[in-house]
Design a protein around this ligand. Structure first.
Ligand code: ASP
Length: 441
């Protein structure tokens, strides 16, 4: 019997969920509670508390030491102790020593140039512990997750996962890595176990991809700004993308794509509060009364306004302005336009110290009546499917901002109908988010 079935749930557990023996006991209870949770994707142990280190960070450190031909022991011993104490506290009949020794030897040899092998050992070793705890079969991700020459996921991955995860029982596939076209270990970018979980769920045609973490779902807005922010019950993949783009961080950016193609929902859950329903990320939702699902904002933008009478009649005007940014290798964020004005919003990270040059080049390129730059801007995305069409949403949004005396410097209502983006002074960001959140919570 193959594990592929309509009821299959793939459960990924993040670093804090698997940080200690006590956390792993919670994981075991969650898995035991539902027979459909048959494929488990663990991260490496994360921080047990604020002062603790993430095993993955320590592994990068050990790799760096070996590359400089320095002894890795001080760091390695910390890593090894971490795993040993978890095995001991759980009372598992598992001899980790050969696995630890093989990893230590290869990392210490300094033979690897990219740090991928070293970095992946957190998941590779912890996966064995999780498998022993859950009485599950351990499947090394290097054997099933394959990248092609250009670094994209090789379609053979789906076949290999389906073949290996067949038969009764449970399977553990460690997150964060696979192998390249030569069979060498290759990791995703940081936080990439989320992507592994999504690939595994898609390959096995799972009913649900559960992503277990330490919060009870995606919050409607930043809890540092709005402490009473509540988790979102349901959000579409697309809405989540808009929120993440503007700074809300829950899942790895690339984690949505594999499951999205097959419309497999993602459920963000809290390992420390397993009864909380969390957030469901779905292909479609009925907006009902919840027109606005979330609000996210980030500082660090500059708006460059270009004005010229009758610019609309000048063929190629916008292209010539954009060519200036192209020429400087600067990616732009937004380009709202009005009659005789065109604004370009750029992230300060992109702009660096080239603002004066860019303004000068725009003057040369399109001979405008004026070019003005407004640094120190923050952008806020108010996100909700169909909100642009819902009568009165914009009025409520701008009414709330006006009541709090926030000066709106730019508005961009994307044609996606998923959001309204406003630009405000950086100093107004928190007030603006609070007032929008009060209006729509
Ligand atoms: N352990 C890896 C990291 O810390 C991957 C992950 O946890 O998702 O980035």
């Amino acid at each position: 019997m193959s594990v592929q079935s309509q009821s299959l749930v793939v459960a990924k557990f993040g670093g804090t969920s698997v940080a200690t023996a006590a956390q792993l006991r919670k994981v075991a209870a969650i898995i035991e509670a539902d027979a459909n949770r048959r494929v488990i994707v663990p991260s490496a142990p994360g921080k047990a508390d604020a002062k603790d280190a993430k095993v993955t960070d320590l592994l990068y450190l050990a790799h760096g030491l070996a590359a400089k031909q320095q002894p890795i022991e001080p760091v390695w011993n910390q890593i090894a102790q971490r795993f040993r104490s978890i095995v001991r506290d759980l009372g598992l009949p598992l001899d980790l020593e050969p696995v630890l020794e093989a990893a230590r030897e290869r990392i210490a040899s300094g033979q690897d140039q990219p740090p991928d092998y070293a970095a992946s050992r957190g998941e590779a070793i912890h996966g064995r512990i999780v498998a022993a705890l859950l009485n599950a079969e351990y499947i090394d991700a290097v054997d099933v997750i394959r990248f092609d020459r250009s670094g994209r996921l090789d379609p053979v991955t789906h076949k290999q996962l389906a073949e290996r995860c067949s038969g009764p029982g449970r399977f553990v596939v460690p997150g964060f890595y696979g192998s390249d076209h030569r069979g060498e270990v290759k990791t995703f970018s940081r936080g990439g176990s989320d992507v592994t979980g999504s690939i595994v769920a898609a390959a096995l045609g799972a009913r649900l991809y559960e992503n277990w973490t330490d919060v009870s779902g995606v919050l409607m807005t930043d809890p540092r700004v709005v402490p009473e922010a509540k988790p979102i019950a349901e959000i579409t993949y697309r809405e989540l993308r808009e929120l993440s783009y503007m700074g809300a961080s829950v899942l790895h950016e690339e984690a949505v794509f594999p499951v999205r193609q097959q419309r497999i929902p993602i459920n963000i859950r809290n390992t420390n509060r397993p009864l909380d329903p969390g957030t469901m990320i779905v292909a479609e939702r009925d907006p009902g009364h919840q027109v606005v699902v979330g609000i996210a904002g980030t500082k660090g933008f500059t708006v460059i306004n270009v004005e010229k009478a009758l610019m609309n009649a000048e063929v190629g005007f916008a292209r010539r302005v954009l060519d200036v940014f192209d020429h400087h290798g600067i990616a732009i964020e937004h380009m709202p336009s009005g009659i005789d004005t065109l604004s370009v919003v750029v992230a300060d990270k992109q702009l660096g110290n080239r603002l004066d040059e860019v303004v000068e080049d725009i003057r040369g390129a399109v001979r405008p009546d004026s070019v003005t730059a407004h640094p120190g801007m923050a952008l806020i995305a108010t996100v909700g499917q169909g909100m642009v069409r819902a009568t009165g949403t914009a009025a409520r949004l701008f009414g709330a901002l006006a009541k709090s005396r926030v000066n709106v410097r730019m508005i961009d209502q994307g044609s996606s109908e998923q959001n309204i983006i406003v630009g405000v002074e950086e100093g107004d960001l928190a007030t603006a988010i609070r007032s929008i959140s009060n209006e729509f919570a």
